[in-house]
Write a protein that binds this ligand. Structure first.
Ligand code: ADP
Ligand code: MG
Ligand code: MG
Length: 883
């Protein structure tokens, strides 16, 4: 018989440790903490297999589930010495979801379940605190009605607010037991009115209602969106945890809090967290009251007046700190923890590996390796390569003037500029239209995930460092300022005021998540640099990797940036980009418009010195690192004017009639330019173009070689080869040019493999080619017969229906395109053992594709300058993974 329910508590837990797939993250860690002897309220976990079975069988539960739940509940009653539904001594539980991967805020938790009119009075007697008992009951009605019965929580908040206003109360803590009793009756009436049924009084019915709601929420829209964004398969399912309640709302020696064992924002080795005295569960995260700091140091740093936990509850704090250390040692990683103190006794409610910013991930990984907790290779594996993106973008210039409108908490670092929007739907809509937006909200909730994702940065008026906005923003790598208390947001008029200034929707602001400031307008940014832990971790990754990392770059600025980021050469220098600059475009157009070869050569002669200077500049920066330079690739019509206005301007500049220009454009027009007269086909028709380019490259090489004493390494690359013959002919022309140049230019010649035929004929092509560079953008287009620019219309359907797992232009299609790469590599090497091979498509910066390149035995990957560090780390991880 399948075991659907696993018990935990009292120093032990059923099942082996590490059953994360079966028990979900939360359940597995509760079991693990119980096994470690930490104080965990007892309970049981319904497995993720229940969820899977539920959805596989028409939303019905496995037959034995009821009996197993009964048995576990009975065991829980024995363990706690309380009875579920027992009027005199009631057992209360929380019902909590928990998927394999943590999905913060996605699934809703119900606390205090088991309370009804009778057990609430029982709890009152038992605790000697009627106010506490009724406070718990009203919380339960609110949560249950919202999560399980689908009522809006505003209904209850409105009733409460009105009640408080009528009686002149400001804080919830001012309400007496009788006040709560009266509110509970109002709440119940509201439920009856909305649903036509009484609020359920039977604890068993409550329990099953909550279990249904958790399993049901696995398929709600928020959960679906989150899974899509995070690549979590729907088949994983969620577990349900049923756990005995402990109470942080039993007076001044009770509290609830959340903590990280290290600072999740900076990575600093310091306990980090917030707590609230006399509060329950979500109160800290929800931002209803402003929480107090955990440590004395943090309180002093923030200039907080309320005592820290270290000061208010010193004994429990010391115990908690010891638990932090135990947990870090056990999990060997930074932990994110939830705890509750009930009348001076500490209870652990959750631990999980903490989400962190990229900066913190780097620091924590390097620190833990230095502390000897993990190895250097493990440290390299701990940082997600893509997350480095956060650190590779400009930050605010510390020396530039700042026009600060408001200041809040530095909840998630980084800076961003954008226009203010006040709703998540609008954020998404405007971002789709290409605008950069800043989402400004009083506070955020799980309904805002899509807007936060679309936004460059998030600002909230309320909430602490562990508020929903802060946690989610850090996870997504979005800068965030939370709890900017001086901001007054008016959603109705779509504006906010702060420090007497008005900011309207659509106004531009700059958000600095590192300092917690919101600035008016566009502030000045500076380029990032790699130092400290970043540099250390990169050095460890470099030591591990065997793949080289080059860059795709052609402007001196990009080339320099890439080199500073550690690029070990240029994998793709696209020469046509050099022609698009206004000063050269004229000559190039003259060449295209020339009547005959003589005319073309005359125009090319004017371009030669300019190109030579371009290449010289690149060679100077790259020194003795190899530079792969691709000869002209796109079809010529791309260089001709399109609009009437441009045609006129070109006509005036060149002296050619508008008619002649239009006629030439008409001549060059192609039905399917991607597969048309481009790449080496241009070189075959107009060899003088390639001859000029080869001359420019080799002359620049000789010049820079003389000037610096180091001969630049030139690799001339011919695009779009499909047969060996094409390459032979063009290589011959280039050799003839080289022979005419003084100073003994040195180069190797190679090709891009971007057509399936080239991959298949690689053995022949390698007779001439000394290197292959896989142009995986075009190779993907030509392998699938799929135009990248048109694929946007249907590719999402393909991904949604599971025909393709991922967009093949983002992550290399290893089965098809990868197979061609492997065939080409094998066949190429059969002819030329030392054939150099690399990849220069967009995939060169994608970690999964880099892993493939490592396995395929390529020599290097080449990517855009800002992705170079990402590729270095991914290549290091690929090497470590394959040990
Ligand atoms: P989430 O995944 O959204 O954090 P949780 O299931 O962890 O949801 O619970 C929400 C809040 O309720 C947390 O603050 C948690 O510590 C608290 N909580 C959950 N179960 C209990 C319990 N048995 N006793 C007291 N507090 C609880
Ligand atoms: Mg939690
Ligand atoms: Mg191409």
């Amino acid at each position: 018989m399948t075991k659907w329910a696993y018990n935990f508590g009292g120093g032990t837990a059923e099942g082996e440790t590490g059953l994360k797939n079966l028990l979900g993250g939360k359940g597995a860690n509760l079991a693990e903490m119980a096994n470690l002897g930490l104080p965990v309220p007892p309970g049981f976990t319904l497995t993720t297999e229940v969820c899977t079975a539920f959805y596989d069988n028409n939303q019905s539960y496995p037959e034995e589930l009821t009996d197993q739940v009964e048995a576990s509940l009975a065991k829980l009653e024995r363990e706690t010495g309380k009875g579920f539904g027992d009027k005199a001594n009631p057992l209360l539980v929380s019902v909590r979801s928990g998927a394999r991967a943590s999905m913060p805020g996605m699934m809703d938790t119900v606390l205090n379940l088991g309370l009804n009119d009778d057990t609430a009075e029982g709890l009152a007697k038992l605790s000697g605190d009627r106010r506490f008992a009724l406070d718990s009951y009203r919380r339960f009605i609110t949560m249950y009605s919202n999560v399980v019965l689908g009522m809006h929580h505003h209904t209850f908040e409105d009733i409460l607010d009105t009640y408080k206003d009528d009686r002149g109360y400001r804080l919830d803590t001012e309400l007496t037991a009788d006040d709560w009793a009266s509110l509970i009756s109002d709440y119940k009436s509201a439920v009856k009115k909305a649903l036509g049924e009484d609020f359920p009084q039977d604890p068993k019915a409550q329990l099953w209602g909550a279990i249904d709601a958790v399993f049901g929420s696995w398929m709600n829209d928020r959960a679906k969106v989150y899974r899509r964004l995070q690549d979590i398969p729907a088949s994983w399912g969620t577990a349900v945890n049923v756990q005995a309640m402990v109470f942080g709302n039993m007076g001044d020696t009770s509290a609830t809090g959340v903590a990280f064992t290290r600072d999740p924002s900076t990575g600093k080795k310091a306990y980090y967290g917030e707590f609230l005295i006399n509060a329950q569960g979500e109160d800290v995260v929800a931002g209803i009251r402003t929480p107090q700091t955990l440590t004395k140091i943090a309180r002093e740093e923030m200039g907080d007046l309320e005592p820290s936990m270290e000061e208010a509850l010193p004994e429990v704090y010391a115990q908690l700190a010891a638990v932090f250390d135990d947990l870090e040692k056990h999990y060997r990683d930074m932990q994110d923890i939830e705890f509750t103190v009930e009348r001076g006794k500490l209870w652990m409610l959750q631990t999980r590996t903490g989400k962190r910013t990229a900066r913190a991930a780097l620091k924590i990984a390097v620190d833990m390796a230095s502390e000897g907790m993990i190895s250097e290779d493990e440290a390299v594996m701990r940082v997600e390569p893509g997350s480095l993106d956060q650190l590779l973008h400009p930050t605010l210039d510390p020396d530039a003037p700042r026009d600060v409108i408001a200041t809040g908490l530095p909840a998630s670092p980084g800076a961003a500029i954008g226009v203010v929007v006040f709703s998540s739907d609008e954020a998404e809509m405007r971002a789709k239209g290409g605008e950069k937006v800043i989402l400004v909200r009083v506070e955020t909730s799980p309904e805002d995930i899509h807007g936060m994702h679309a936004a460059q940065a998030i600002v909230t008026a309320r909430g602490g460092m562990t508020s929903h906005a802060a946690v989610v923003a850090r996870g997504m790598g979005r800068p965030c300022v939370s709890g900017a208390g001086d901001i007054r947001i008016d959603y109705a008029t779509q504006q906010f005021t702060a420090a007497g200034r008005v900011v309207r929707a659509g106004d531009t602001v700059t958000v600095d998540g590192s300092s917690g400031q919101v600035l008016a307008g566009e502030a000045k940014m500076i380029q990032p640099e790699m130092s400290g832990e970043f540099a250390t971790l990169m050095a460890w990754a470099d030591r591990a990797r065997t793949l080289k990392v080059r860059t795709n770059a052609e402007t001196p600025l990009d080339v320099q940036t890439a080199k500073d980021f550690g690029a070990e050469g240029i994998g793709l220098c696209r020469t046509e980009h050099m022609f698009f600059e206004a000063s050269r475009l004229g000559y190039f157009r003259e060449m295209i418009l020339a009547e005959d070869e003589q005319g073309r050569r005359a125009a090319l002669d004017k371009i030669l010195p300019v190109q030579r200077d371009d290449f010289a500049a690149i060679f100077r920066i790259m020194g003795d690192l190899p530079c792969t330079i691709r000869l002209l690739d796109p079809p010529l019509h791309e260089f001709l004017p399109h609009s009437e206005y441009d045609v006129k301007a070109v006509s005036e500049a060149t002296g050619l009639s508008v008619g002649a220009l239009m006629a030439r454009a008409e001549e060059l027009h192609e039905t399917n330019p991607m597969l048309g007269h481009r790449g080496c086909r241009l070189g075959i028709s107009y060899p003088e173009i390639y001859e000029m380019q080869a001359r420019a490259i080799l002359e620049a090489q000789v010049v820079v070689g003389k000037e610096t004493g180091t001969m630049p390494i030139a690799e001339i690359m011919i695009p779009l080869i499909s047969s060996a013959k094409e390459l032979e002919i063009l290589a011959g022309k280039i050799a003839a040019v080289a022979a005419q140049i003084d100073g003994e230019p040195q180069y190797i010649i190679g090709t891009m493999i971007e057509l399936p035929r080239a991959a298949l004929r690689a053995a022949d092509i390698a007779k001439t080619a000394e290197f292959f560079s896989f142009g995986t953008n075009d190779l993907t287009q030509t392998t699938f017969g799929l135009s990248r620019d048109d694929s946007g219309r249907f590719l999402p359907d393909y991904v949604a229906q599971g025909i393709m797992e991922k967009d093949p232009f983002v992550t290399l299609d290893q089965e098809g395109v990868g197979d061609l790469i492997q065939i080409a590599a094998e066949r190429g090497r059969s002819t030329r053992k030392d054939l150099k091979m690399g990849i220069c498509g967009e995939h060169g910066g994608d970690p999964a594709s880099i892993e493939f390149c490592h396995r395929a035995g390529l020599s290097y990957v080449s990517c855009s300058p800002y992705r170079v560090p990402i590729a270095r780390l991914a290549a290091g991880q690929a090497a470590i993974n394959s040990i």
